[in-house]
Design a protein around this ligand. Structure first.
Ligand SMILES: [Zn+2]
Length: 531
């Protein structure tokens, strides 16, 4: 606190222009989080009345501030979705070994994923494909030499060192994995979480399995055509699959923990599944607002700040609480966006470029709202110069260091390093590459359209006293009803994060050159020729 104050005094002397910039103290942020994560919005499930009420609240705030709508219907960009809910009472998964059948207990040993259009009935042999990755630019192929025709691939989450985190994460996405598996003739996936990188324990993962999944309506949004079966298997019971193969799951998991190469082999077991799925139409919206830029030329370009407003809604009760409030995930990011918009609109000179604020829906259902926006933007696509996304930035410890996802991928990383250093904070790349964070939130929808993007969080150094606090937060509160307003937060850390976000927004909007991917970035490939 003290050293920070001294630092700011020095700043005023050396750079008096900074005096005009707002300093956030976290209080306005928490006031908005307190509204969005209130029980009355019932966890803001995609397409629910609670989500709509939360959207109306944000729209009302924007209107009161005089910030312009930039959706297709006022502030809103309507989106058609469909839900899929598994009826477990009429569904089953059976393992067959040496002609003997072993029915699995759904929820304990495995559960269906309704992220795909499950086939009503399927029977197929199983093949363990290791990490299940095909990475042409590294000549890496987990499917080489395996017969996958008509079979179900058993995958273990993770990637082998020294594959970069970004590359490993990209090729583990459902779309990329399925492209390679479909080409190899497979018809489904049985996914084993990696015990070394599971955010939440199986006992909690499994609670959400009968919640509705959702998908964007339209064949162009179907990433998994031809995929007939998708289920998650409990690593604790994985030897039900590996018995008789000459390998134990303990041996394989030990290799995966160290990111070592994995053996790949046909399993002496096959699978039969019956799936009954109920599907219904769902309607939701993205929420879009703009603060126009002042520059005659650059004003036609847009810096996007995005954050998802949806969360998980009402689900299985834990400790008697069934409302999944999503205070950190992601009322925190949604509230931060509103703070930045307010600070820019009130009392800051207009920036050169326009700033587009996008509160997306359907993130928890698979980045659906951001995907819809990034492929059907409400402003000209080629004029979007960057996306800075915020999802669950976790101000639960004092802010000393920011973790930046995509730090080395574009010069947005250099810009955030510069502004953070200026404000007295360090930055680091993702210290936990196995968690795949770069592709796990809405920035990825923009990245796939070629738009330089990043996301950041309050960080910790590996081995620091803060590290176990983050781990504990994930284990106990992530996607649980206890991610609510009763949890401890650090307002100064939230304020410091907002200072960085504000300074980054100003830097990107005012810099004459638009952000660019680094020449050696894997993600540069998505940038269209006209960019
Ligand atoms: Zn989430």
């Amino acid at each position: 606190m003290h050293s920070r104050a001294v630092f700011l005094c020095l700043l005023l002397v050396t750079a008096p222009i900074r005096a005009a910039e707002p300093h956030f103290d976290g209080k306005s942020w928490w006031a908005t989080v307190s509204v969005l994560a209130d029980d009355k919005f019932a966890g803001r499930n995609t397409g629910s009345p609670g989500e709509r009420a939360a959207q109306d609240f944000v729209a009302g705030q924007l209107r009161a501030l005089g910030i312009r709508p930039a959706g297709t219907r006022g502030y809103f960009q309507p989106i058609d979705l469909k839900s899929r809910t598994i009826d477990e009472s009429r569904s089953s998964i059976v393992l067959i070994r040496d002609g003997r059948e072993q029915p699995l207990s759904l929820g304990r040993e495995a559960y269906f994923s309704t992220r795909i259009d499950l086939a009503p009935f399927i029977a197929a042999p199983l093949v363990f494909v290791g990490y299940g990755l095909k990475v042409p630019e590294q000549g890496y192929d987990d499917y080489a030499g395996l017969d996958l025709k008509g079979k179900i691939a058993v995958t273990l989450a993770g990637s082998p060192a020294p594959m970069s985190a970004a590359l490993g994460a990209h090729y583990q996405t459902a779309a990329e994995r399925w492209k390679a598996l479909k080409a190899a003739g497979a018809i489904g996936v049985l996914a084993l979480p990696n015990p070394a990188s599971m955010d939440i324990p199986w006992s909690r993962m499994t609670l959400s399995r009968t919640q509705a999944s959702m998908a964007l309506v339209g064949a162009e949004f179907n990433d998994t055509p031809g995929e007939l079966f998708l289920a998650t298997f409990n690593p604790e019971y994985a030897d039900l699959l590996f018995a008789g193969s000459g390998h134990t799951f303990a041996d394989i998991a030990a290799l995966a923990k160290e990111r070592k190469p994995l053996p790949r082999f046909a399993l002496p077991v096959s699978l039969r599944a019956t799936a009954r799925v109920v599907s219904e139409p769902v309607h939701s919206n993205n929420l879009v607002a703009v603060i126009p830029g002042r520059d005659t030329k650059l004003g036609a370009e847009y810096v996007v700040l995005s954050a998802h407003l949806d969360h998980l809604g009402v689900g299985q009760a834990i400790n008697g609480d069934s409302i999944y409030n999503g205070a950190m995930d992601n009322a925190s990011g949604a509230a931060m966006l509103l703070d930045i918009a307010r600070a820019l609109q009130q009392g800051h000179a207009p920036l050169k470029r326009s700033v587009l604020f996008v509160w997306v829906t359907g993130e928890e259902k698979g980045l659906l709202g951001s995907r819809y926006f990034a492929t059907r933007p409400t402003v000209p696509a080629a004029k979007i110069v960057a996306d800075v996304n915020t999802d669950m930035f976790l101000p639960i410890v004092p802010l000393k260091i920011l973790t930046v996802y995509g730090l080395a991928e574009s010069d947005l990383g250099d810009r955030v390093s510069a502004v953070a250093t200026h404000l007295g904070y360090a930055v680091q790349a993702d210290p936990e590459p196995l968690r795949n964070s770069f592709v796990r939130s809405d920035q990825y929808s923009f990245i796939k359209q070629g738009i330089p993007s990043l996301a950041m969080k309050v960080g910790f150094l590996p081995g620091s006293p803060e590290e176990p606090l983050f781990k504990q937060w994930l284990t106990e509160r992530y996607h649980a009803p206890s991610d609510d307003l009763a949890q401890p937060v650090n307002l100064a850390a939230a304020g410091g994060f907002e200072d960085v976000m504000f300074a980054l927004t100003v830097a990107v909007a005012d810099e004459p050159l638009r952000p660019e991917w680094k020449s050696d970035s894997f993600f540069k490939r998505f940038a269209a020729a006209e960019f």
